[in-house]
Design a binder for this molecule. Structure first.
Ligand SMILES: Nc1ncnc2c1ncn2[C@@H]1O[C@H](COP(=O)(O)OP(=O)(O)OP(=O)(O)O)[C@@H](O)[C@H]1O
Ligand SMILES: [Mg+2]
Length: 388
């Protein structure tokens, strides 16, 4: 989502020039031609930043800045860059006193303005969420090599950690279309909208998705699975591919919890994914399945680099440890999540994910480490859409 910038300037040439420069940089520009309109649009549009000309008809820039600072209270602060025609020290001081955060003397180079905008947006971003930065658009698929290995637990909690601990914008898709568990894990009723509402619409775009996504208490946005299994078949491989593609343009991370079938629909998700995390536990039948999955993906020419292995319940006593598993699979385990049966099951049964209520528990810290490693590996790499 592009950051919205309000331009308040009475000169049509300046309006045009600034709008153009802002749009080129990926921002959304809203224009006001005088101080009163500027104030009105500040309230209505909630811009991420304001470019405010000092000399304006009706209310001048200093008055507008003073009014905004008086009205916005202490909880929020919209960054303001004052644009002035005079380089006099008195004018600069007057602007700063009125509540501007920075100023530029006209004429200025657009590159300087854009650099100042970036730095102010970063400085006033809530926590470390980099508002104004285009979304990273990374897609992560979580796939269980066997039922019940903890794929959903890991996908949900990694999503929450990426949002709450790392400040990323995150969407979580329940791709287990027939028996999706996200409503149970996150205490949401059957009345919430689901992916079926997207699939039944004539076309799929960001506005449609915004109306269907459910905002969870963790601030992760959820695209839920249908409330009952019989409607799942209304969702096709093409729907899912389109949905993931649109979500990629809206979020830093789109996590898809896929069920264990290696069918067309799931392979479509894998294809769209920057990384596929295969979740396993240390038992023989699971290792056998991981081997089969890796072989199958190899046969269809899937890049092995895009598959990572996540050993769940890594310290549970099963007679097989991470090293033995690596030996059997002839490849490294990339990530590990600790075993904490009580924490995991009580979170599930209460509908309150561990990362939301017990982030400081051993399981919470272990998931946080995994989320950090994923963020580091994936955020820095080029996106799959452009890499391929
Ligand atoms: N790290 C963990 N430590 C202990 N128990 C865990 C852990 N992760 C998951 N579990 C437990 O394992 C069970 C299965 O978890 P989950 O539903 O997340 O698995 P799944 O692979 O998504 O299953 P399904 O195949 O039904 O989709 C749950 O009871 C959960 O509490
Ligand atoms: Mg599951």
């Amino acid at each position: 989502m592009a950051a919205k910038i309000l331009v308040v300037d009475d000169d049509p040439n300046v309006q045009r020039l600034l709008s153009y420069a802002l749009k080129q940089e990926g921002y959304e520009a809203v224009v006001a031609a005088d101080g009163a309109e500027g104030l009105r649009l500040w309230g209505q549009e909630e811009p991420a930043l304001i470019l405010l000309d000092a000399m304006l008809p009706r209310l001048d820039g200093y008055q507008v800045a003073t009014r905004i600072r008086a009205e916005e209270g202490t909880a929020s602060h919209v960054p303001i860059i004052m644009l002035t025609a005079e380089a006099e020290v008195e004018q600069k001081i007057r602007g700063l006193r009125a509540g501007a955060d920075d100023y530029l003397v006209k004429p200025f180079h657009p590159a300087e303005l854009l650099a100042r905008i970036k730095s102010l947006l970063a400085r006033f971003a809530p926590r470390d969420t980099l508002v104004g930065r285009p979304p990273l658009g990374r897609v992560l698929a979580f796939y269980g090599a066997k039922g019940g290995v903890g794929t959903t637990t890991i996908a949900i909690n990694v999503a929450i950690a990426l949002k709450r601990e790392l400040g990323r914008r995150v969407c979580l898709v329940d791709g287990n279309l027939q028996f999706g568990d996200h409503r149970v894990f996150m205490d949401l009723g059957l009345d919430r909208k689901s992916i079926v509402d997207v699939a039944s619409a004539p076309s799929i775009d960001a506005d449609l998705l915004r109306g269907v996504l459910v905002e969870h208490d963790s601030e992760v946005d959820l695209l839920l699975a249908p409330p009952s299994p019989e409607t799942a078949e209304l969702v096709t491989k093409d729907h899912v591919a389109q949905i993931v593609d649109v979500l990629r343009g809206m979020y830093d991370f789109v996590l898809v919890d896929v069920d264990k079938r290696l069918d067309d629909l799931n392979l479509g998700v894998f294809d769209a994914a920057d990384q596929v995390y295969v979740v396993l536990t240390a038992d023989l039948s699971c290792l056998k399945n991981v081997r089969l999955v890796l072989e199958t993906l190899g046969h269809i020419g899937f890049d092995a680099e895009r598959v990572k292995l996540v050993l769940n319940r890594s310290n549970a006593f099963t007679g097989i440890n991470a090293k033995t598993a690596e030996g059997a699979l002839k490849r490294p385990i990339d990530l590990q999540v600790l075993n904490e049966y009580r924490g995991a099951i009580s979170a599930l049964n209460s509908g309150a994910p561990v990362m939301l209520t017990k982030a400081d528990s051993p399981l919470g810290r272990s998931i946080h480490d995994v989320a950090r490693a994923i963020d580091k590996a994936v955020a820095g790499a080029p996106a799959a859409a452009t890499a391929r």
